[in-house]
Design a protein around this ligand. Structure first.
Ligand SMILES: [Zn+2]
Length: 977
């Protein structure tokens, strides 16, 4: 498909060869920034997003965290958004895109602290820490922004939303205030996920569950010291007197735990009232030592398996219901106190353990709820660093992640009440930032009471379109099962929880007046004001006189509350709120993030929006998977399989090894993957993408190169006068536009990627342009057969540019800038989404064309066998004879269709087969080089008669008839004449 296949003779200059400045090589490192500068100069994004005639379209950006270099996950996310936005802009919509960043939170606070010398740390105040964190976040934002811009992402880059902006913080306080006033916010002592390594409470979304965590699995006996009367009577009847049972070495309840450090906090043992329990006589098995008790209570269903795991014979003496055990008083195995057996709930099962649950209300949610039922104190003898306190008696000072477990187990072993211990691998929550285990710990925290609006949240979920549909099940299950949302954090870098506590009574001051006042202060000064001013400077006028009685709180909000308020801070979805731009609306048309955000941003945004306004902040939610390497593994430095998008786009230090592929190749990758699942990327895939990119580019170059002397206003051939081949090509183009329009509508970009390749490689290169070479190069420049072809090339290249523009935006613009004739629009994006006139859609052209392409494939296979046998060189050295017999009706119909064409100079089979002559029927050629039959069609290949024309390479019998051009055929002589 290049000019090199044209004759290299003196007649070469008489051919119409390719001419275009659109280069074969992309030179993306230079050219893409030039194109971006051109867009900026045109104010293209700004004009289209604000002045387009269509409706507004709001894809609301989920803010990436403002820390660290961009990775391919960012690329997948932001490029998907950009493809959707650019499509919307091309379709005439006002798709304004305000990019955002999540700027508060622990990782930035830690970065700042790590960067300080110890002397600087000593002088650090909350305000100076906040200033440093602010500066650090802005610096990170700038770095990431430059990367996003280089990828060709269109957005309001000069006015992004940052969760640290005053207006954003004020809107967030507005969301919090509305929830307070609606009764959805409360303060309570409650066990929460607590990270001793970060010394803060964590939300579900801040946890991860790494493989391979092991805990000690511990079975222990808690000796009974008092029995309820009814149970005592039953036991006595079974042969065990209450006196024996409650004496030392008598009856005990068996419990199981994987957190021995919580044993000092034990205040009850819980049973399921509906389960059956067995009271068993205990005897050692094999070499095992006898325990210090004679009888154990275990769940009946677990008795046999416990015999094995504990190495004890458990002979049932009496079977009772859990309800019968309520009221047993037992002695704490390690501390001087007694507690009771209580009724827990259905969370107590026989899946593991003993069926009797060690209950520490300060260290577990179920425990807390059960304790609440029985009025038990919320004992939490663990401080914020994970050290046991004086309330833990002899274990005070040990650490839950270090020496508390072994110390407690040693002590337990010494009592003879340790029945068994072993390592146990299970799912266990870790702090996603420090990668250290978390614990449950009861603290005073602020909560959003999800219970208060759960039904409304589930109703809102049902109103949203979730893509893929399974997303709905995910978030529905999470919202229906989740507990209240702990929104307070014990950190400095965040938005304050704007509350005052009475210095003596601890009473909380949080009402419309204080909320409004602080929201106004933050709108004016930013959240720093909370730390810069004292109480008198923060309280509204009506509290000025009593300011000394109040102490401002020191907690900040969970960063998920920050980003979860963006519908208010950016889209203006709150009473008195204002959106960042007139094109933005609430609820947004679309949220698009990774599928982990069902737990994160999709959910926090939903909860706040429902709590304040009763509906979701989005109409549709689209999710994408995660990026993996080519073998389906996570990318990691240690595996050396990380694809750095910056290197992919701009090239590495060694450009031979890591060439600069350009942003378009990265964007092409995003379009190529089925992102509904996890998506692979690696060097092999990049090479394949670069090949596809080159194929599209070369196709475009060929189209442009053949239009250098074409002016549509002067030379275009009207559709009705076009040959069949050309009308077929336009039918294919219309079909492509229709299918790609649907693909983009459904966000199925990988189908576009396949359709684009198919169109360039098959329809254009292998068929249309292959046949067109003779028309374009050999014909006279202004001949009908050339101008009609150019008409098609111009119509196709303009549409091809439009269709690839959302994905290959730089290449599309490069094509547009190299159109060799005048067009009304300065940019391809001003042309709008490609359309096809109704007359192009002629599906009836497909059937005969398919028949002929099948015939062509049959002929090509024979030509190829002749070529490989050395009997033929170029296909033009051949002539073809066709013979049609029974079964060939479809082919015959197609040939009749072709023969009926008004344009035999284009629509003739010899040209379509790229041979010099074609004979239908008649006698077979004298010397047949190859022969084949298929479906009643026989094809015979022979050497063409005559000699090779030096200009067009056709074999013709009229060569030598013109003395001025003795080596040319009559057709070529006429062209030169
Ligand atoms: Zn010729």
């Amino acid at each position: 498909m290049t000019a090199s296949s044209a004759p290299a003779t003196s007649y070469k200059d008489t051919l119409n060869l390719l001419q275009t400045p659109f280069s074969m090589r992309a030179n993306a490192k230079v050219r893409e920034p030039e194109i971006q500068a051109f867009w900026a100069e045109l104010q293209l994004y700004e004009r289209l997003s604000q002045q387009n005639p269509g409706e507004s379209f709001t894809l609301h950006d989920g803010p990436p965290y403002a820390n660290g270099a961009l990775h391919v996950g960012h690329a997948l996310n932001k490029i998907l958004k950009d493809i959707i936005n650019k499509t919307a802009l091309l379709q005439g919509k006002r798709a304004r895109f305000i990019p955002g960043w999540d700027c508060h939170g622990l990782p930035i606070e830690l970065k700042v602290l790590q960067g300080l010398k110890s002397s600087e740390r000593a002088e650090l105040t909350p305000v100076s820490l906040r200033h440093k964190a602010h500066a650090y976040a802005l610096e990170q934002v700038e770095g990431q922004k430059a990367g996003f811009r280089r990828w060709g992402i269109w957005a309001d880059w000069d006015q992004p939303y940052l969760t640290l902006q005053k207006s954003y913080e004020a809107a967030q306080i507005g969301v919090f205030g509305a929830m307070v006033l609606a009764g959805h916010i409360y303060r309570g002592l409650k066990p929460v996920h607590w990270s001793p390594s970060s010394r803060t409470a964590l939300a579900e979304a801040e946890l991860e569950y790494p493989d391979g965590h092991t805990s000690p699995s511990v079975y222990a006996a808690f000796p009974a010291v008092e029995l309820p009367e009814a149970l005592a009577a039953q036991l006595s009847a079974a042969g065990l007197s209450a006196e024996t049972a409650t004496a030392a070495g008598g009856l005990a309840v068996a419990i199981w735990t994987t957190t021995p450090w919580t044993l000092p906090a034990n205040l009850a043992v819980s049973v399921n009232e509906r389960l059956d329990y067995a009271i068993c006589a205990v005897a050692p098995q094999g070499d095992n030592a006898a325990p210090a008790v004679s009888h154990l209570v275990v769940a009946a269903e677990l008795r046999e398996s416990l015999e094995t795991s504990l190495g004890l014979a458990l002979t049932p003496l009496l079977s009772v219901k859990g309800a019968d055990l309520e009221g047993i008083v037992y002695r704490h195995p390690l501390l001087e106190r007694t507690s009771k057996v209580v009724i827990g709930g259905d969370y107590i099962t026989t899946e593991a353990g003993t069926g009797l649950v060690h209950t520490a209300p300060g260290h577990g949610v179920d425990d807390f709820n059960t304790g609440k039922k029985y009025g038990l104190p919320v004992l939490c003898p663990v401080d914020e660093a994970g050290n046991l306190t004086a309330e833990a008696g002899p274990f005070a000072g040990t650490n839950v992640l270090k020496d508390a477990n072994p110390t407690i187990l040693d002590a337990l072993e010494g009592t003879g009440l340790l029945l068994k211990q072993e390592r146990y691998e299970h799912r266990y929550p870790y702090d996603w930032r420090t990668k250290k285990p978390t614990i449950f710990r009861a603290t005073e925290q602020w909560f959003a009471s999800v219970e208060g609006f759960r039904a409304a949240a589930l109703e809102a979920i049902a109103q949203v379109e979730w893509l893929p549909a399974s997303g709905r099940n995910r978030i529905e299950a999470m919202v229906s099962e989740r507990g209240d949302w702990c929104i307070s954090r014990q950190r400095t870098w965040g938005v304050p929880i704007p509350v005052f506590y009475h210095r003596e009574t601890g009473e909380v001051l949080l009402n419309q007046a204080t909320l409004d006042h602080i929201q106004a202060l933050i709108a004016e000064h930013g959240a720093d004001v909370w730390w810069e001013r004292d109480e008198a400077g923060l309280l509204p006028a009506e509290y000025a006189a009593e300011a000394a009685q109040w102490r401002k709180g020191t907690d900040t909000m969970d960063v998920w509350f920050d980003s979860g308020s963006s519908w208010a801070g950016v889209l203006g979805g709150i009473a008195g709120g204002e959106s960042r731009a007139p094109e933005l609306h609430y609820p947004a048309d679309l949220y698009l993030e990774g599928s982990d955000q069902h737990r994160g941003w999709f959910q926090s945004s939903l909860l706040t929006s429902v709590a304040v306004n009763g509906h979701a902040p989005y109409k549709r939610v689209l999710t994408h998977g995660f990026t993996l390497d080519e073998k389906g593994r996570k990318m990691s430095k240690s595996l050396g399989n990380v694809v750095d998008p910056a290197v992919l786009v701009e090239g590495g230090k060694n450009e031979k090894q890591d060439p600069a592929y350009g942003a378009d190749v990265l964007r092409l990758w995003v379009s190529s993957v089925d992102y509904s699942a996890d998506v692979p990327l690696g060097p092999g895939i990049v090479k394949q993408l670069a090949d596809v990119y080159r194929k599209v580019r070369n196709t475009a170059r060929y189209l442009l190169g053949n239009l250098h002397d074409f002016d549509p206003t002067r030379d275009a051939v009207p559709y009705a006068e076009l040959p069949l081949l050309d009308q077929w090509m336009l039918q294919r183009t219309a079909a492509l536009i229709d299918s790609v329009s649907g693909d983009f509508q459904r966000f199925e970009f990988y189908r576009f990627f396949q359709a684009l390749q198919n169109f360039c490689v098959v329809d254009l290169s292998n068929v249309y342009l292959d046949i067109a070479k003779d028309r374009l190069y050999v014909s006279g420049a202004q001949e009908f057969r050339r101008r009609s072809c150019q008409t098609v090339l111009a119509l196709v290249v303009e549409r091809l540019a439009g269709l690839i523009a959302p994905v290959l935006c730089h290449m599309a613009e490069d094509i547009w800038q190299n159109l060799p004739y005048a067009v009304a629009e300065r940019s391809v994006f001003e042309r709008g989404w490609p359309t096809a006139p109704a007359e192009w859609r002629r599906a009836e052209l497909e059937t005969p064309m398919e028949q002929i392409l099948e015939l062509r494939a049959l002929v090509n296979r024979q030509l190829e066998s002749c070529r490989s046998g050395g009997q033929l060189g170029a296909s033009l050295e051949a002539q073809v004879q066709l013979e049609l017999s029974e079964g060939s009706e479809p082919t015959a119909a197609a040939l009749a269709w072709l023969e009926a064409s008004a344009h035999p100079s284009v629509d003739n089979l010899a040209d379509w087969l790229l041979v010099s002559a074609l004979q239908q029927g008649g006698s077979a050629p004298a010397e047949v080089l190859a022969e084949a039959s298929e479906a009643g069609v026989t094809v015979r290949i022979a050497k063409a008669a005559g000699e090779k024309c030096e200009r067009c390479w056709h074999y013709e019998t009229d060569i030598g008839q013109h003395s001025a051009h003795p080596s040319l055929c009559g057709r070529c002589v006429a062209v030169l004449g």
